[in-house]
Design a protein around this ligand. Sequence first.
Ligand SMILES: [Zn+2]
Length: 285
Amino acid sequence: MPVRHRLGGLHLNVLTDGVYFQDAGAVFGVVPRILWERLGIELNSRYQMALGLNSLLVSSQGKTILIETGVGEKERPLGQTERPGGVTLLDELAAVGVAPEDVDVVINTHLHADHCGWNTKQTGDGWAPTFPRARYLVQRGEYDACMHPNERTRATYFAENVQPVADTGQLELIDGETNVTDEITIIPTHGHTRDHASVILSSGGESAVYIGDMIQHPVQLERAPWVSSFDIYPLEAMETKKAVVQRAIDERQLVVAVHCAFPGLGYMTETADGKRKWVPVEPSG
Ligand SMILES: [Zn+2]
């Protein structure tokens, strides 16, 4: 079920496309299992851990904006999606009274398969944009990486998540920092992919950052060198993460994390001895 959280004058709706199971060793990269297993993370019989698929829906200056579109209908062996009751992101949108044709803007932080799946939907003979009126905002370099994947990245970059959107003229390639409205700005956060982006939301003196795939588990925000093996540029990812966490602390930004347990809302704080700590936030309509 969607949850609502107030950010100044904005109402953030956190929607889910289900739970995504990923290999836990891959999530923690070079961090040995004897360290991360102390966190008590539950693994399934395939040694996978549950990740959230948290999208954000927000209305700003007359525009209905959807950030991130989950796994959609294109499941491949990379991870498995579970959807209790069969509820998808589209059902969640309907639950908050938004039809696909109501969406004005779709933002993808990057084009890995678990972030842009509902960009398109299956039709009789192929794929078509799920949101027929929307502009889809994607960093130009990320689009290039998706359309020309290499041996390592091709398991997660599917042309059918973007090509149909390009074909209808709905794809808008952006370069670096881009204002969507006065309250919503896309910023480059390199590392997970070269052109990975995050989204800053600001209203009434409050601010939030939607961090995309910067981390999959909150401990990775607390410990700078805990970098996932999904990151294509791990050292860059670490530096980006440090800067984003510092800003989140300094500006008391709400952090919205796509892959943390639903709804993935929290604050980063600094303890008296200088340690970083994730403090989950209960949504407040
Ligand atoms: Zn992801």
